[in-house]
Design a protein around this ligand. Sequence first.
Ligand SMILES: [Zn+2]
Length: 128
Amino acid sequence: MPAKAALPPTIEDIPQLLNPQACRDWLFRQLHPSGPACPSCNRPIEDTRAVRRFFAGRMIQCDACDTRFTPITGSVFSGSQMFPEDIAAMLVLFGMGRRDADIATALDLNRSTVSRWRRVLNDHGAGI
Ligand SMILES: [Zn+2]
């Protein structure tokens, strides 16, 4: 009896093949390549514990102006209601050149939502 072959992943498989923590970490570091800074007063956040909490996706507070923020605050994804790991998976699928309908199926989103994200990201220079 032949061994069961492993087939290439279908688009529906891709989100579950991605490590959620790695997705969040990648997304937050893409959004903040030089580390966290207050979105209100631009003060860089240097406290090691606060930086660690920030890159874990937690809310932190600016010592100077008391603004509370997460890695998503003030980014293009602010207010999106999507989990960071789903945002990262969507970006992976955009980067793979997949169609909006396929991405919508993979992530259980409306196609119009995916199309809107493609427009927004292209308006920000994504080129997808
Ligand atoms: Zn501040």
